[in-house]
Design a protein around this ligand. Structure first.
Ligand code: URA
Length: 205
């Protein structure tokens, strides 16, 4: 399933995110805001369990999240998203995966992985730019191999090429995105996109 968020706040915050005049500190805030909106949508079907709560007035039954959750930001741009999603789900576990893009082949190269011996049943892979889909597919494959049963991919902007690759390779993985853009250019950057998300987040342009 592909979910493209259609909401005035998403459009509004995307405009500032895409603007090349937006400085890094505002860019980071926009990534945060859009990550919260993505996470709100992507967590809509999380399982709940009843808990007994005593309000100042009386006892009542409330609902709480029923299982462990993992956030898997793909380094480095995924780090821009993980703080916001973690604020929304403070009990989530954050596991990191590092890929860099080989500039000649545009293929993802893994350089860091930190998983435990006990995978959570549900995980959200965070990768703001779904371009070729190479690192997202590799990341999802590693999370599956780790033993996670239910995986969603959260990205701020997706290219049709990347979505098609993830859907073909991992049809069981839901993709949540704020926007589906037009295409990739010859350097595998998303057009119109926003440029290099990692460089704009970390001010390394
Ligand atoms: N990664 C980015 O940061 N931007 C793109 O357009 C593609 C991949």
């Amino acid at each position: 399933m592909i979910v493209e968020l259609k909401h005035p706040l998403v459009s509004h915050h995307l405009a500032a995110l895409r603007d090349k005049a937006t400085p890094p500190h505002i860019f980071r805030e926009q990534v945060r805001r859009l990550s919260l909106l993505l996470a709100y949508e992507a967590t809509a079907k999380l399982p709940l369990r009843p808990v007994d709560i005593e309000t100042p007035m009386e006892k009542m039954e409330c609902m709480q999240l029923a299982c462990r959750l993992g956030l898997v930001p793909i380094l480095r741009a995924g780090l821009g998203m993980s703080g916001a999603v973690h604020d929304l789900i403070p009990q989530a576990e954050v596991w990191h995966l590092g890929f860099y893009r080989d500039e000649a082949t545009h293929q993802p190269v893994e350089y860091y992985q930190k998983f435990s011996s006990s995978p959570p049943p549900i995980a959200f892979v965070l990768d703001p730019m779904l371009a070729t889909g190479g690192s997202a597919c590799e990341g999802v494959a590693m999370v599956k191999e780790w033993g996670v049963q239910t995986i969603s991919l959260l990205c701020i902007i997706a290219a049709p090429e990347g979505m098609a690759k993830v859907q073909a390779t991992h049809p069981d993985v839901d993709i949540f995105t704020c926007a589906v853009d037009e295409h990739l250019n010859e350097n595998a950057y998303i057009v119109p996109g926003l440029g290099d998300a990692g460089d704009r987040i970390f001010n390394t342009l």
